[in-house]
Design a protein around this ligand. Sequence first.
Ligand SMILES: [Fe+2]
Length: 242
Amino acid sequence: MIDLHCHIIPGVDDGPKDSEEALSLCRMLQKEGVKVIVATPHYYPEERLSVGIDEVAAGCRELRDLLGDNGPIILSGGEVAVYNGVAEAVFEARVPLLGEGKSVLLEAPFWQMPLCLEEEIFKLLANGYRPVLAHPERSREFRYIVDDLLAMRRQGVMLQITAGSLTGSYGTHVKAAAGTLAAQGGIDLVASDLHPGRKPDLKAAYSVLSRLIGTAATDKVFYDNPVKVLSKIGKGCYPCNC
Ligand SMILES: [Fe+2]
């Protein structure tokens, strides 16, 4: 399994405070069957809050050394805030992408969706990038935006649900929102969004989703689509290079 969204780099965002805590999060993911972890610290446009691409890469190297040969593969990434100009920042390689592909993980805000979202997404798609929208089901205005989300998906955006949303870890409203997307075939990916103090919930989410949409469709969400996200568009898959 590939986890495309988690906060495991020590000391850079609201993830682990030190290497020991980071290792324990990686071990939790490993126990859930995760073989490839994409570390996605928060990225904000204000420089003082941001984690630089070099800093993420250094954090990944440190984790790889600590985990050793039997550990999961650690790839660098970022969870990028949606702001006016984020597409240009992607084109100029100022923000982290997911692994070595052309996918960018965009953070769906918990409150109102930014007015620039549609335009930034359009620019990314038009320039060959694949936007992945993280946890839209956790937005307070989900029921007002569900049709817009499904429309964005039809244009090429991938919708990524947090595993704990399906299991009920974020409450009944969020669980219902995840169920609504599942019923409309609107879940492309499930990821842990692991932070200290939370559980990955991936295995449990797999069970919930397979009851909702069937095993074949759930396998696509958990196994096939993450490989697609990490692929260089049109140039084979990473890490299997098929
Ligand atoms: Fe996150």
